[in-house]
Design a protein around this ligand. Sequence first.
Ligand code: ADP
Length: 234
Amino acid sequence: MAASWVPTAASRVAGSPCDMRLLFVGAPGVGKGTQAKRLADGRSIPHISTGDILREAIRRSTPVGLKVGLFVDSGGLVPDEVMVSIIEERFAQEDTQKGYLLDGFPRTMPQAVALDGLLLRLRLPLERVILLEYPDGAIMERITGRRTCEKCGTPFHLEHRKPRAEGLCDGCGGKLVQREDDTEPKVWLRLAKYHAETVAIIPFYEKQGMVRRVDASRKPDEVTRAVEDAVAGL
Ligand code: ADP
Protein backbone atom coordinates (compact mmCIF):
# COMPACT_ATOMS: atom_id res chain seq x y z
CA MET A 1 0.00 0.00 0.00
CA ALA A 2 1.32 3.47 -0.85
CA ALA A 3 2.25 5.55 2.14
CA SER A 4 -0.16 8.46 2.70
CA TRP A 5 1.16 11.78 1.46
CA VAL A 6 2.15 14.24 4.14
CA PRO A 7 2.67 17.86 3.12
CA THR A 8 6.11 19.19 3.99
CA ALA A 9 7.62 22.66 3.77
CA ALA A 10 9.34 21.63 0.54
CA SER A 11 6.13 20.34 -1.02
CA ARG A 12 4.29 23.60 -0.59
CA VAL A 13 4.31 26.00 -3.48
CA ALA A 14 5.16 29.54 -2.37
CA GLY A 15 2.07 31.72 -2.63
CA SER A 16 -0.40 28.84 -2.60
CA PRO A 17 -3.25 29.34 -0.15
CA CYS A 18 -3.34 27.11 2.93
CA ASP A 19 -4.94 27.28 6.29
CA MET A 20 -2.08 27.40 8.78
CA ARG A 21 -3.05 28.96 12.08
CA LEU A 22 0.06 30.19 13.82
CA LEU A 23 1.34 32.35 16.62
CA PHE A 24 4.85 33.84 16.76
CA VAL A 25 6.25 34.68 20.20
CA GLY A 26 9.58 36.28 21.03
CA ALA A 27 11.24 39.20 22.78
CA PRO A 28 11.29 42.57 21.03
CA GLY A 29 13.99 42.65 18.36
CA VAL A 30 14.32 38.88 17.82
CA GLY A 31 13.22 39.26 14.21
CA LYS A 32 9.66 38.10 14.80
CA GLY A 33 8.17 40.64 12.41
CA THR A 34 10.61 39.84 9.59
CA GLN A 35 10.10 36.10 9.86
CA ALA A 36 6.35 36.37 10.32
CA LYS A 37 6.00 38.57 7.24
CA ARG A 38 8.07 36.17 5.11
CA LEU A 39 6.09 33.13 6.13
CA ALA A 40 2.68 34.78 5.87
CA ASP A 41 3.46 36.26 2.44
CA GLY A 42 4.78 32.91 1.19
CA ARG A 43 1.66 31.11 2.36
CA SER A 44 -0.85 33.84 1.44
CA ILE A 45 -2.25 34.04 4.95
CA PRO A 46 -2.86 37.32 6.78
CA HIS A 47 -0.02 38.51 8.99
CA ILE A 48 -1.75 39.98 12.02
CA SER A 49 0.80 42.16 13.76
CA THR A 50 -0.74 44.09 16.64
CA GLY A 51 2.29 46.42 16.64
CA ASP A 52 1.57 47.32 13.00
CA ILE A 53 -2.16 47.74 13.69
CA LEU A 54 -1.44 50.06 16.63
CA ARG A 55 1.17 52.12 14.78
CA GLU A 56 -1.20 52.57 11.85
CA ALA A 57 -4.01 53.66 14.21
CA ILE A 58 -1.63 56.16 15.84
CA ARG A 59 -0.46 57.48 12.46
CA ARG A 60 -4.06 58.04 11.35
CA SER A 61 -5.11 59.46 14.74
CA THR A 62 -8.13 57.16 14.98
CA PRO A 63 -9.95 56.97 18.37
CA VAL A 64 -7.96 53.81 19.19
CA GLY A 65 -4.75 55.48 18.02
CA LEU A 66 -5.32 58.43 20.33
CA LYS A 67 -5.98 56.06 23.23
CA VAL A 68 -2.87 53.87 22.76
CA GLY A 69 -0.23 56.35 21.56
CA LEU A 70 1.37 56.99 24.93
CA PHE A 71 1.60 53.30 25.84
CA VAL A 72 3.23 52.33 22.54
CA ASP A 73 5.66 55.24 22.31
CA SER A 74 6.87 54.75 25.88
CA GLY A 75 7.53 51.01 25.36
CA GLY A 76 4.79 49.97 27.80
CA LEU A 77 1.91 47.59 27.09
CA VAL A 78 -1.51 48.65 25.86
CA PRO A 79 -4.29 47.58 28.30
CA ASP A 80 -5.66 44.08 27.69
CA GLU A 81 -9.27 45.13 27.06
CA VAL A 82 -8.20 47.49 24.26
CA MET A 83 -6.04 44.79 22.68
CA VAL A 84 -8.74 42.14 22.91
CA SER A 85 -11.28 44.33 21.14
CA ILE A 86 -8.74 45.12 18.39
CA ILE A 87 -8.17 41.40 17.85
CA GLU A 88 -11.90 40.62 17.87
CA GLU A 89 -12.42 43.25 15.24
CA ARG A 90 -9.57 41.86 13.13
CA PHE A 91 -10.94 38.32 13.30
CA ALA A 92 -14.33 39.58 12.12
CA GLN A 93 -12.70 39.97 8.70
CA GLU A 94 -13.25 37.12 6.25
CA ASP A 95 -9.58 36.60 5.36
CA THR A 96 -8.79 34.94 8.70
CA GLN A 97 -10.95 31.96 7.67
CA LYS A 98 -8.17 30.67 5.44
CA GLY A 99 -5.52 30.84 8.15
CA TYR A 100 -3.61 33.50 10.02
CA LEU A 101 -0.27 34.31 11.58
CA LEU A 102 -0.52 36.19 14.86
CA ASP A 103 2.51 38.32 15.73
CA GLY A 104 2.56 40.28 19.00
CA PHE A 105 -0.74 39.04 20.39
CA PRO A 106 -1.25 37.59 22.97
CA ARG A 107 1.36 39.26 25.15
CA THR A 108 -0.19 38.61 28.56
CA MET A 109 -2.03 35.70 30.19
CA PRO A 110 -5.45 37.46 30.15
CA GLN A 111 -4.95 38.08 26.41
CA ALA A 112 -4.07 34.40 25.86
CA VAL A 113 -7.24 33.30 27.67
CA ALA A 114 -9.40 35.76 25.72
CA LEU A 115 -7.85 34.61 22.44
CA ASP A 116 -8.49 30.98 23.30
CA GLY A 117 -12.20 31.71 23.82
CA LEU A 118 -12.45 33.75 20.64
CA LEU A 119 -10.75 31.11 18.48
CA LEU A 120 -12.91 28.39 20.00
CA ARG A 121 -16.07 30.34 19.13
CA LEU A 122 -14.79 30.92 15.59
CA ARG A 123 -13.62 27.29 15.24
CA LEU A 124 -10.21 28.53 14.19
CA PRO A 125 -7.96 27.04 16.88
CA LEU A 126 -4.24 27.69 16.89
CA GLU A 127 -2.15 24.87 15.50
CA ARG A 128 1.40 25.86 16.36
CA VAL A 129 3.34 28.41 18.37
CA ILE A 130 6.77 29.40 17.10
CA LEU A 131 8.99 30.68 19.89
CA LEU A 132 11.94 32.70 18.58
CA GLU A 133 14.80 32.68 21.06
CA TYR A 134 17.64 35.17 21.29
CA PRO A 135 19.83 36.30 24.21
CA ASP A 136 18.69 39.56 25.81
CA GLY A 137 22.22 40.93 25.88
CA ALA A 138 22.47 40.97 22.09
CA ILE A 139 19.04 42.42 21.42
CA MET A 140 19.96 46.05 21.99
CA GLU A 141 22.33 46.20 19.01
CA ARG A 142 19.72 44.60 16.80
CA ILE A 143 16.95 46.98 17.77
CA THR A 144 18.78 50.28 17.82
CA GLY A 145 20.04 49.61 14.26
CA ARG A 146 16.55 48.78 13.09
CA ARG A 147 14.76 50.98 10.57
CA THR A 148 11.20 50.37 9.43
CA CYS A 149 9.34 51.44 6.31
CA GLU A 150 6.75 53.99 7.38
CA LYS A 151 4.47 52.92 4.53
CA CYS A 152 4.45 49.09 4.52
CA GLY A 153 6.17 48.25 7.82
CA THR A 154 9.00 46.17 6.30
CA PRO A 155 11.94 46.09 8.72
CA PHE A 156 15.56 46.83 7.70
CA HIS A 157 18.81 47.06 9.66
CA LEU A 158 21.71 49.50 9.28
CA GLU A 159 24.23 46.62 9.45
CA HIS A 160 22.47 43.34 8.74
CA ARG A 161 19.78 44.18 6.25
CA LYS A 162 20.68 47.32 4.39
CA PRO A 163 18.17 48.70 1.91
CA ARG A 164 19.33 48.96 -1.72
CA ALA A 165 18.85 52.74 -1.67
CA GLU A 166 19.79 54.44 1.58
CA GLY A 167 16.78 55.42 3.66
CA LEU A 168 14.22 53.88 1.29
CA CYS A 169 12.22 50.65 1.37
CA ASP A 170 13.22 48.05 -1.25
CA GLY A 171 9.61 46.95 -1.62
CA CYS A 172 7.49 50.09 -1.85
CA GLY A 173 10.01 52.96 -1.87
CA GLY A 174 8.60 54.32 1.42
CA LYS A 175 10.79 56.28 3.82
CA LEU A 176 12.69 54.27 6.44
CA VAL A 177 12.30 55.59 9.96
CA GLN A 178 13.40 54.61 13.44
CA ARG A 179 10.47 53.59 15.59
CA GLU A 180 9.70 55.91 18.49
CA ASP A 181 10.11 52.97 20.91
CA ASP A 182 13.40 51.65 19.45
CA THR A 183 15.65 53.78 21.64
CA GLU A 184 17.72 52.19 24.41
CA PRO A 185 15.70 53.02 27.58
CA LYS A 186 12.46 52.03 25.89
CA VAL A 187 13.94 48.76 24.65
CA TRP A 188 14.96 47.89 28.24
CA LEU A 189 11.40 48.54 29.34
CA ARG A 190 9.99 46.38 26.53
CA LEU A 191 12.37 43.55 27.44
CA ALA A 192 11.32 43.83 31.09
CA LYS A 193 7.66 43.66 30.04
CA TYR A 194 8.39 40.62 27.90
CA HIS A 195 9.90 38.75 30.85
CA ALA A 196 7.33 39.95 33.37
CA GLU A 197 4.18 39.38 31.28
CA THR A 198 4.70 37.53 28.01
CA VAL A 199 6.98 34.65 29.00
CA ALA A 200 4.12 33.38 31.22
CA ILE A 201 2.03 32.46 28.16
CA ILE A 202 4.62 29.92 26.91
CA PRO A 203 3.79 27.09 29.39
CA PHE A 204 0.10 27.60 28.55
CA TYR A 205 0.84 26.58 24.95
CA GLU A 206 3.54 24.08 25.89
CA LYS A 207 0.95 22.07 27.84
CA GLN A 208 -0.99 21.79 24.59
CA GLY A 209 2.12 20.50 22.78
CA MET A 210 2.09 23.36 20.28
CA VAL A 211 5.41 25.10 20.92
CA ARG A 212 8.40 24.81 18.59
CA ARG A 213 11.56 26.67 19.60
CA VAL A 214 13.69 28.35 16.96
CA ASP A 215 17.18 29.77 17.54
CA ALA A 216 16.83 33.32 16.20
CA SER A 217 20.49 34.27 16.65
CA ARG A 218 21.44 32.98 13.18
CA LYS A 219 21.30 34.83 9.86
CA PRO A 220 17.76 35.78 8.75
CA ASP A 221 17.68 33.22 5.90
CA GLU A 222 18.79 30.42 8.22
CA VAL A 223 16.12 31.41 10.72
CA THR A 224 13.57 31.35 7.88
CA ARG A 225 14.59 27.78 7.05
CA ALA A 226 14.28 26.76 10.70
CA VAL A 227 10.84 28.39 10.86
CA GLU A 228 9.81 26.48 7.71
CA ASP A 229 10.90 23.25 9.39
CA ALA A 230 8.98 24.19 12.51
CA VAL A 231 5.72 24.53 10.58
CA ALA A 232 6.28 21.54 8.29
CA GLY A 233 3.42 19.10 8.24
CA LEU A 234 0.70 21.66 8.94
P1 ADP B 1 8.19 44.42 19.42
O1 ADP B 1 7.77 42.98 19.44
O2 ADP B 1 9.36 44.69 18.55
O3 ADP B 1 8.34 45.01 20.79
P2 ADP B 1 5.59 45.25 18.26
O4 ADP B 1 5.61 45.95 16.96
O5 ADP B 1 5.04 43.86 18.30
O6 ADP B 1 7.07 45.33 18.79
O7 ADP B 1 4.77 46.12 19.34
C1 ADP B 1 5.07 47.47 19.57
C2 ADP B 1 4.33 47.98 20.80
O8 ADP B 1 2.91 47.88 20.58
C3 ADP B 1 4.56 47.23 22.10
O9 ADP B 1 5.74 47.64 22.75
C4 ADP B 1 3.30 47.60 22.88
O10 ADP B 1 3.36 48.92 23.35
C5 ADP B 1 2.23 47.58 21.80
N1 ADP B 1 1.60 46.24 21.68
C6 ADP B 1 1.62 45.44 20.58
N2 ADP B 1 0.95 44.31 20.80
C7 ADP B 1 0.48 44.39 22.09
C8 ADP B 1 -0.28 43.53 22.93
N3 ADP B 1 -0.70 42.34 22.50
N4 ADP B 1 -0.57 43.95 24.19
C9 ADP B 1 -0.16 45.13 24.64
N5 ADP B 1 0.57 46.00 23.91
C10 ADP B 1 0.89 45.64 22.64
